[in-house]
Design a protein around this ligand. Structure first.
Ligand code: PLP
Length: 333
């Protein structure tokens, strides 16, 4: 999409990587950051929510050619219609990258950007399909664009940029795998899975809040929960929390939080997600057990002066045994 719409040096307005955006939306180390003029919008400092008025003001002064919405670490609903209004006001295209929430969008659990954004993109493995991606277009598919003196539809332009612009031979096995996945997404079972993912995430967030954890934004609307682990213990870091949890058999990832004072490699937060435990059949009762196990681990992990984490061995073995016991009841599906 970016190759189709922009020339080197054109302006992109996107959510910063340090605010929960994705590398590909303009981080300096990514190709977008190298070839385009990127300005990032931020979340509100107090609420950690998207501030549409501030984004609008920034768009008016920056005049981007493309606005990117969508995130890798944002747990609340994204209002795509507000983004579209802003894009229309400043004459920008809107790209919604829904890689993280595509399953929820398919199932109608999160509002769809398809008819709001000019372009919607997603990776296909996150919502449960094969590796690869998708470019989707709704009502703007037959809007016109003039390129090198020729006028064509936006969808034709995207096709041409894809082939011969970017791709050689398509991976037909992958195309077939995507088709199988699309069929799966039409089933009641797929929809029920997505509904339960969000129910479980809300439950897990509530349990963690009850146990005294600093869940960003006070909960979640999606599959994802962000926790500031430094509130619980002053010297705690995201990386120590991640490693301590992993040592106990619980896989999460460290995550920089908006306006984080710690660098990305250390981070103040962790990011938890419920898609896999939900697919394995876990529900409300197990979310309470998981919250207890996460809580027990985070209280047992201590960070030394060398920045490394320590955890008492018998506590770790005890938590590990409980994790194993839970997982044995809900094996990987
Ligand atoms: C919002 C967002 N966009 C894009 C990607 C990249 O997807 P892929 O791994 O398919 O390149 C990710 C991956 O984490 C993501 O979170």
């Amino acid at each position: 999409v970016i190759a189709a719409l922009l020339q080197a040096g054109d302006r992109i307005l996107s959510l910063g990587l340090d605010q929960g955006g994705h590398l590909s939306h303009g981080a300096r180390v990514a190709f977008t950051g190298k070839f385009f003029n990127i300005e990032n919008y931020c979340l509100d400092r107090e609420t950690f929510l998207l501030d549409y008025d501030a984004i609008r003001q920034q768009a008016i002064s920056f005049r981007p050619k493309l606005i990117v919405c969508g995130a890798s670490a944002y747990s609340r609903v994204i209002d795509f219609s507000k983004f579209r209004k802003i894009a229309d006001e400043v004459g920008a295209y809107l790209l919604a990258d829904i890689s993280h929430i595509a399953g929820l969008v398919i199932a109608g659990v999160h509002p769809s950007p398809i008819d709001q954004a000019h372009f919607t993109t997603t990776s296909t493995y996150k919502p449960g399909g094969p590796r690869g991606g998708l470019i989707l277009m709704g009502r703007d598919h037959d809007s016109r664009i003039t390129v090198a003196g020729k006028t064509l539809t936006l969808s034709a332009h995207i096709q041409k940029t894809t082939f011969p612009g970017m791709q050689g031979t398509p991976y037909l096995n992958n195309v077939a795998a995507k088709a199988v996945f699309f069929r799966e997404t039409l089933s009641d079972e797929y929809r029920a899975w997505q509904v339960r993912i969000v129910e479980n995430a809300k439950n897990l967030a509530d349990n963690l809040l009850d146990l005294g954890h600093d869940v960003l934004t006070g909960g979640t609307d999606t599959h994802m929960i962000l926790v500031n682990v430094t509130t619980l213990q002053k010297d705690m870091t995201g990386v120590a929390a991640q490693q301590g949890l992993e040592d106990c058999g619980i896989i999460v990832n460290k995550n920089g939080l908006p306006f984080d004072k710690k660098g990305a490699a250390v981070a103040s937060g962790i990011r938890l997600g419920t898609p896999i435990v939900t697919r394995n059949g876990m529900g409300a009762e197990q979310m309470s057990v998981i919250a207890d196990l996460v809580d027990a681990t985070l209280r047992a992990v201590h960070v030394g002066n060398d920045g490394r984490y320590r955890i008492d061995e018998s506590t770790r073995n005890d938590i590990r045994a409980k994790v194993r016991n839970l997982c044995q009841k809900y094996p990987i599906r």
